[in-house]
Design a protein around this ligand. Structure first.
Ligand code: GTP
Ligand code: MG
Length: 344
């Protein structure tokens, strides 16, 4: 699962990327696209790992993609080429400047967010328009066209004409027919306000912008934190009143906006978080681990993480019946601890 980092020039994209991935720039690295893979922090995995003391502990992962710089770029402008680089990502982190910086206008986060968001919509409107024109031509020549797809494209056009991003419409943003177009405003967005060091709060936002998943990062501090030893970091955490690294919260939120949940497998060998989409059934979840498990699926022994913590042990959970048997069609819930029974 990949998230693309976008934002106006100088918003702090590189600083955010490096704070999240702890991948610090090599000289000359600016031109190329950078990809970083990070663990999704999860205290449930930490706790299970302390209980089982397994040889391996494996966290869920997400990938961040930071597009390389286009050749010519004016300050404050974005670049279509840059955005095209994030076409095939699953979600977007939209970094918005909310700090004063020398030689630029005071920050205007609302305006900046809307400006780039409109550009996303404009790009989509162009794609949709071209496609509809082509379909019309095909129809004129008497060729068969996909009416369903045409209807959906028209819905997209109408929404975009009203400046409504496509991610507001579940039917359109999840449509299989539209998937191939890489529509930018259909991707889930995390609006990440990059604040000045002293400022912990979200900027004032209009109702429109406030509909997004919004978070604050103070990326300059986070960038420094990411390069420190634990002792050095603790001092800074206290000084700036940071309870937990914002980088961790952002990574967690990235995972959430992708519509992903985790289930866990536990044992002495391995405690592991597995990533699935919400709505995945038990038999599909088994297939994420191994195709044999899916083919030979018999049943799943399931307990929620919270129930397990309350019971204290699997034996106690069996007794109070929070550990239960589920069949193929059970919808796996976030935090389920599962043992699959299967035939090979
Ligand atoms: N005060 C402050 N400065 C920041 C913060 N984040 C980034 N900066 C500074 O703002 C400038 C731009 O940051 P970058 O991370 O390079 O921004 P960018 O979006 O990658 O910029 P381009 O790649 O040029 O579009 C740098 O001088 C950073 O040190 C922040 O949270 N607070
Ligand atoms: Mg940059």
């Amino acid at each position: 699962m990949k998230l693309g980092i976008i934002g106006l020039a100088g918003a702090g994209k590189t600083t955010v990327f490096e704070a999240l991935t702890k991948d610090f720039a090599r000289p000359g690295a600016k031109a190329e696209t950078r990809i970083g893979t990070v663990h999704v922090p999860d205290i449930r995995v930490d706790t299970l790992s302390r209980m089982y003391k397994p040889r391996k502990t494996i966290y869920a992962q997400v990938e961040y993609l930071l597009p390389g710089l286009g050749e010519q770029k004016k300050p404050g402008s974005t670049d279509e080429a840059l955005m095209r680089a994030v076409r095939d990502t699953d979600a977007l982190i939209h970094v918005v400047r909310n700090f004063a910086s020398y030689g630029t206008e005071p920050p205007d986060p609302e305006n900046d967010f809307m400006l780039l968001d409109s550009e996303l919509m404009q790009m989509d409107a162009n794609v949709v328009q071209r496609r509809l024109e082509r379909m019309e031509n095909e129809a004129k020549k008497g060729r068969e066209i996909d009416r369903e797809e045409k209807a959906q494209l028209e819905q997209c056009r109408d929404a975009l004409n009203k400046e409504i991003p496509l991610r507001r419409f579940a039917e359109l943003s999840e449509s299989k027919l539209l998937r191939g177009y890489g529509l930018m405003s259909a991707k889930p967005v995390l609006a990440l306000f990059n604040n000045a060091d002293e400022d912990e709060s979200l900027p004032a936002l209009s109702e429109t912008a406030a509909q997004e998943t919004c978070m604050v990062i103070r990326s300059k501090i986070e960038h420094e934190l990411a390069q420190m030893t634990k002792d050095e970091a603790d001092e800074l955490l206290e000084e700036f009143n940071i309870a937990a690294s914002a980088a961790d919260r952002v990574i967690r939120a990235s995972y959430d906006i992708l519509g992903l949940i985790s289930f866990f497998t536990v044992g002495e060998d391995e405690v592991r978080a597995w990533t699935i989409r919400r709505g995945t059934t038990a038999v599909e979840a088994a297939g994420v681990i191994h195709s044999d498990m899916q083919k030979g699926f018999i049943r799943a022994e399931v307990i929620s993480y919270d129930d397990y913590m309350e019971a204290g042990s699997m034996a106690a959970a069996k007794k109070n019946a929070t550990l239960r048997l589920e069949g193929k069609t059970y919808q796996v819930q976030d935090g389920d601890i599962i043992t699959f029974r299967f035939n090979v």
